[in-house]
Design a protein around this ligand. Sequence first.
Ligand code: SF4
Ligand code: MG
Length: 314
Amino acid sequence: GLKKHFPVSSPIPFKKSDQRVKAVDGLSFKVYKGETLGVVGESGCGKSTMARLVNQLIKPSDGVVNFKEANLVDMDAERLRLTRQKIQMVFQDPYASLDPRLQVGQLIAEPLVIHKVGTTATRKKRVEELLETVGLNKRYADRFPHEFSGGQRQRINIARALSLNPELIICDEPVSALDVSVQAQVINLLKKLQAEFKLTYIFISHDLNVVRYMCDRIAVMYLGRIVEIGTYEEIYKNPQHPYTKALFSAIPKENPFADKEHIILKGTVPSPLNPPTGCHFHERCPVAMDICKTKEPNMITSKDTHQASCHLIN
Ligand code: SF4
Ligand code: MG
């Protein structure tokens, strides 16, 4: 039931605006230990806000985030700090996410320092070990971020995220800023680390090919909500929601003649300031009916693992 509504500043000075951007508007999902849950959707559908809510970088307007039964939303600061060691994040832009004034060793050790783990000597050793884990030379510790390529910087970010032995890593478009050849290396590294350290990933991406390679289950987001969630097979082979069908019809196929048409959606994602009534997707939906304009569809479970919200499903 997660919601995040951001206040909008009023164009009139000293006048409070009561408008809200509904970036995340009633999200419910589970992430199972050891899996990779992919989160897909067009830009502006609330994926990054969702990521920040999960690890409490921002507080929700409503709803809970349970991490192994404990609700992070109303934890006191000290307990949240300890729990957060287990939930780390890798951000999208490796050029912006590393402080250019810090050496790589300092960057990777920073979480250890903040969480008061180890001594200067043990941290140094841990940094070297982490550099090797992500496929970098341990002598890189005294270099600066600008000396590295995008892919290497993302490896540094991953080393930093691993430093506190997390259980869950939220990857927010971790390879979107990288060249395609480098993307594959970073994805393979993430897969290797998952097996080695039994990691759980929430993997946000708008690149459906990357998601296909990486994820066990997929959640499709539209305007701050999940419209469909299921296993990789269910979402790719048997999508139920018209938005999922359109999204996945856009991926190039091995045999383009054997497949259904490419569904092109009208317009862009509407503003989360004034989401459409009824089904949020009705203005763009190729199969919308009258009821869709007024009545919001519920999440319908077609299989234990597969749910979608659309009036056409029963
Ligand atoms: Fe389309 Fe209606 Fe289904 Fe929404 S509820 S996706 S508008 S058919
Ligand atoms: Mg984003």
